[in-house]
Design a protein around this ligand. Structure first.
Ligand SMILES: Cc1cc2nc3c(=O)[nH]c(=O)nc-3n(C[C@H](O)[C@H](O)[C@H](O)COP(=O)(O)OP(=O)(O)OC[C@H]3O[C@@H](n4cnc5c(N)ncnc54)[C@H](O)[C@@H]3O)c2cc1C
Length: 586
């Protein structure tokens, strides 16, 4: 088969906020840049972000980047790398003002400055009064950001491959990444995109779990591609469960609701967060609020006929504020929970939300592996940014509003490093066919005909196993059984066949390729969770309830062959004194 080939300076896989911010920087520097996305760019999951993006602008409460840095480190349960966190918090005001200039219609205060709302884990003065640090465009911030970035990219003449599915990275014998193989979804034709640098910006893997806030497309493809190219995945045991998904549906109700004054109540009408986090109450960090809800329900204080959820009450904040600041939330509640929050509380329960782990990178966006010349040696030509990457600024638990910040800051930083790399590496490296073969074999495998298991059924079974065995609370036996089950499911996927080869637009084949990726990441997640015998941030073990800094203040690295390794947390910031380890109370 002859394969279409295209050549670019820089390839970006993913057109969410991370990919588009990087693409814009590169296109404006006159690099020849291609963006591949399996959906039309403005349908990427960034579009769904509601609450906002953090930056210490001090428009609403006294603030500075150092307070933000402290909150992020504490939020991460001290697993975040302090150098990367310093870099991100310092860069935050700049990237938000850039967005303002790109045309993002931020909500405004009466004095004309950008409006900022309170979010979980934000404080003044290193753990003092609640801060308001989240810059918002009503409750549709991601939508505003993604559309502005897309328009700017069109203006800058970025080349888009819309509705192309990336299959695998191409790597040469010396370890350089030379681009990727992709599939044009509409025609089913493979295409080889050669590039001097490749940036993975494929977003998170929320589809690992049955109930989640994530789009159907969030299947962790880029993480699985990196794993297959020999890159380990970092800190995969840390998966964020958002406290307030609409009960039974998983649809997100932003933390901004609690930032605007909403709060949680149990069946007795009690504002129970006061017991779990006396100071921050409903604005404690997400892991803490999610566990509190799960405990209320487990102990019989849940609401509804099955006592299986709690209520998020916001009728007291008034119709005006709800209509002005939370219009999207009101729509979602009416559509999916059949309640109008102006009058009645919303039934909520924790739902899988955010992948803290991912492809290990440094703060320049370079993918780093431990095996080459040093413990953090860059893979030449390979970058990652956004939710698929692990810098690590979120450590064991991400603070709300810090992910939009992460994708912007590190998308931009990766592009800046790529610009330098391109000046030093002016020519494409010679590519042999070996690298192409692996991707073509993956494609051919899903053309086999005959009887076999059904891909959608395996996907449903797998996501249920993940939820039952690797959810909010975890335990040795349950995790061990979960690992056996996901490994067996991965094996059964080998025998699956696409039942209806004629299904239009190759969607059946894409779903099969996505499930392979999801399962590889699921195994990494459960294996890493089983090994970590402590509770830290979102990883909560009922059999090891304490944080164990003596043995576990380290990042996990999961390799494709199932091996686990560890590397130290970078506790030294770039320019300021380190924040010492403390117990985490809110
Ligand atoms: C409902 C919801 C609300 C949120 N609200 C907030 C918030 O208020 N504040 C905040 O800070 N964070 C929020 N988050 C988190 C934040 O929005 C995401 O972490 C962030 O937007 C991810 O951006 P990204 O660029 O990494 O990836 P995404 O926006 O997920 O984009 C991924 C891109 O990769 C492409 N892609 C993936 N696989 C392939 C493949 N195989 N081939 C080709 N293309 C591929 C997709 O097409 C897409 O373009 C929210 C998340 C959700 C789910």
């Amino acid at each position: 088969m002859t394969i279409t080939r295209r050549k670019f300076d820089a390839l970006i896989i993913g057109a969410g906020g991370g990919g588009l911010r990087a693409a814009l920087q590169l296109a404006r520097a006159d690099a020849k840049v291609a963006v591949v996305s399996k959906v039309f760019p403005t349908r990427s999951h960034t579009v769904a972000a509601q609450g906002g993006v953090n930056a210490a602008l001090a428009n609403v409460s006294p603030d500075n980047w150092h307070f933000h840095m402290f909150d992020t480190i504490k939020g991460s349960d001290y697993l975040g790398d302090q150098d990367a966190i310093e870099y991100m918090c310092r860069a935050a005001p700049k990237v938000v003002y850039e967005l303002d200039h790109f045309g993002v219609p931020f909500s405004r205060r009466d004095d004309g400055n950008i409006y900022q709302r309170a979010f979980g884990g934000q404080s003044q003065d290193y753990g003092g009064e609640q801060a308001a640090r989240t810059c918002a465009a009503a409750d549709r911030t991601g939508h505003a950001i993604l559309h502005a970035l897309y328009q700017q990219n069109i203006n800058a003449r970025t080349h888009f491959f819309d509705e192309f599915f990336a299959i695998d990275l191409i790597k040469d014998k010396e370890g350089y990444i030379l681009g990727a193989m992709a599939l044009e979804i509409e025609t089913g034709e493979p295409i080889l995109i050669e590039a001097k640098t490749t940036l993975i910006a494929t977003g998170g893997a929320g589809q690992l779990f049955r109930t989640c806030t994530n789009a159907l497309i969030n299947t962790g493809d880029g993480m699985a591609m990196a794993l297959r190219a020999g890159v380990p995945l970092q800190d995969m045991e840390f998966f964020q469960f958002h406290p307030t998904g609409i009960a039974g549906k998983g649809i997100l109700i932003t933390e901004g609701v609690r930032g605007e004054g909403g709060y949680l109540v149990n069946a007795d009408g009690e504002r129970f967060m006061e017991r779990y986090a006396p100071r921050a109450k409903d604005l404690a960090s997400r892991d803490i609020v999610s566990r509190a809800i799960a405990i209320e329900v487990r102990e019989g204080r849940g609401c509804g006929p099955d006592k299986d959820h709690v209520f998020l009450k916001l009728d007291h904040i008034g119709a005006d504020i709800i209509k002005k600041r939370l219009p999207g939330i009101r729509d979602s509640a009416i559509t999916f929970a059949h309640v109008d929050p102006i009058e009645s509380p919303i039934p909520v329960y924790p739902t899988a939300h955010y992948t803290m782990g991912g492809i290990p990178t440094n703060h320049k966006g370079q993918v780093v592996v431990p095996e080459r010349e040093g413990p953090e040696d860059p893979v030449p030509g390979l970058y990652a940014a956004g939710e698929c990457a692990c810098v690590s600024v979120h450590g064991a638990n991400r603070l709300g509003g810090n992910s939009l910040l992460d994708i912007l800051v590190f998308g931009r930083a990766a592009a800046n490093h790529i610009i330098g790399y391109l000046q030093e590496h002016r020519y494409h490296r010679q590519m042999d066919d070996d690298g192409i073969d692996m991707a073509m074999a993956r494609l051919a495998r899903w053309e086999q005909q005959g009887e076999g298991e059904s891909v959608p059924e395996l996907r449903a079974e797998f996501r249920k196993v993940m939820e039952d065995h690797c959810g909010v609370f975890r335990e040795q036996n349950n995790l061990a059984i979960g690992l056996e089950k996901v490994t067996a499911l991965r094996q059964r996927l080998q025998n699956a066949r696409i039942q209806d080869q004629s299904k239009i637009f190759n969607t059946a084949r894409i779903e099969a390729l996505e499930l392979e990726n999801l399962m590889d990441i699921g195994i990494a997640t459960v294996a890493s969770a089983l090994a970590r015998t402590e509770s830290r941030g979102a990883h909560s073990r009922v059999d090891f309830t304490e944080r164990d800094d003596t043995n576990w203040l380290k990042h996990s690295l999961y390799f494709e062959d199932g091996r686990l390794d560890y590397k130290p947390v970078r506790l030294k910031p770039m320019t300021v004194a380190p924040f010492p380890l403390k117990p985490r109370v809110y």
